[in-house]
Design a protein around this ligand. Structure first.
Ligand SMILES: [Zn+2]
Length: 331
């Protein structure tokens, strides 16, 4: 399999047959080129509803985010008020209302403590994928530590849902140029796709010159499909458009414009991401620096309704379905 076959599959997944053109009484006098141009323009207009984008959720609690690593020890996780089950159920309700399926990257630690939530997610037709076990940044681990972590997480999730888990997203998109070895470990451990590369500049993650759309990555240990976080390219720079703090803190119009642009001009799907704690304005406040406070707590109260708007404006499905990518893919 190569990159072009993946994009071909994306095209097939996202295109629906166009409705028949209206034939007015004078249609025979319209020059052929003008008709073709009109059809193309109409297609571009319809593109956002034709392309199926990928909806993803990183299932973790508000105190497990990497930005809180310094103020929340892992040893204290078990003693803190957990809100992930209730918040994830709110997301499930919202997706059900709009008949949307998503990919849920579940933290192994959370799955082990709330297996009924994982079964509930899978039972509603969503895809279960892996978000590591202990939520550690990959570039702080050795390959051996990472292998042990994802083996434990994959085993935990597969035992709960009774089917193979083939997708992975690193905590805080921490596959960077210094942790590309992690892709080899993922291939070795039976993962078929990774969704951990963010092609932007950022203090904690990012490979600014990485490919921007789903593609096959070939590594010494084999190949896997890489599903990067979505960006638009403006003035030679990639800008994030689809999810997390960018969705909460920037105007909704930014996300809508960005997705339309990628869907219409590039004819590519967008990969949107969100966390259950991002729709929870009641979560306990932790004592953190002002920039972290803004990044984590900004816009929490408006995110659920904004997500509803997004689900109305665009089509979404899980990664496996949106990209017509099946666990049975052999590479
Ligand atoms: Zn995470």
């Amino acid at each position: 399999m190569n990159a072009s076959s993946v994009s071909e599959k994306c095209e097939h997944a996202s295109n629906r047959p166009a409705p028949p053109a209206k034939n007015g009484p004078n249609s025979h006098v319209v020059p052929r080129e003008a008709r073709r141009r009109g059809a193309r323009d109409a297609l571009l207009e319809r593109a956002p509803r034709e392309i199926v984008n990928a909806m993803t959720v990183d299932v973790e609690d508000y105190f497990q985010v990497s930005a809180f690593d310094r103020v929340v020890s892992r040893a204290s996780w078990g003693e803190r008020e957990s809100r992930v089950v209730a918040n994830t159920r709110r997301l499930l309700d919202l997706f059900a209302r709009f008949d949307v399926r998503a990919t849920f990257f579940v933290l192994g630690w959370t799955a082990a403590r709330a297996p009924e939530l994982v079964r509930e997610i899978a039972g509603a037709g969503h895809e279960i994928a892996c978000h590591s076990y202990h939520h550690q940044l990959l570039y702080t681990l050795t390959p051996k530590q990472f292998r042990e972590d994802i083996r434990e997480a994959k085993g935990t999730l597969e035992q709960i849902v009774g089917r193979p888990v083939v997708g992975f997203r690193a905590p805080s998109y921490s596959v960077t140029t210094s942790s590309l070895w992690a892709l080899d470990v993922l291939i070795d451990e039976g993962y078929a796709y990774d969704a951990s590369i963010f092609p932007v500049h950022h203090d904690r993650y990012g490979i600014p010159d990485a490919a921007r759309h789903p593609h096959v990555l070939t590594r010494p240990s084999g190949a896997l499909v890489e599903i990067p976080a979505s960006t638009v390219r403006l003035g030679g720079v990639n800008l994030p458009i689809a999810g997390g703090g960018y969705f909460r803190l920037l105007p909704y119009a930014w996300t809508r414009w960005g997705i339309r642009r990628v869907n219409r001009l590039e004819r590519e799907p967008v990969v949107f991401y969100l966390h259950p704690w991002e729709i929870d304005p009641e979560q306990p406040r932790l004592s953190v620096s002002a920039p972290t406070r803004l990044r984590h707590y900004g816009g929490l109260a408006r995110t659920a309704s904004r997500l509803g708007r997004l689900l109305r404006d665009f089509r979404f499905d899980s990664i496996s379905s949106a990209l017509n990518f099946r666990p049975s893919f052999t590479m």
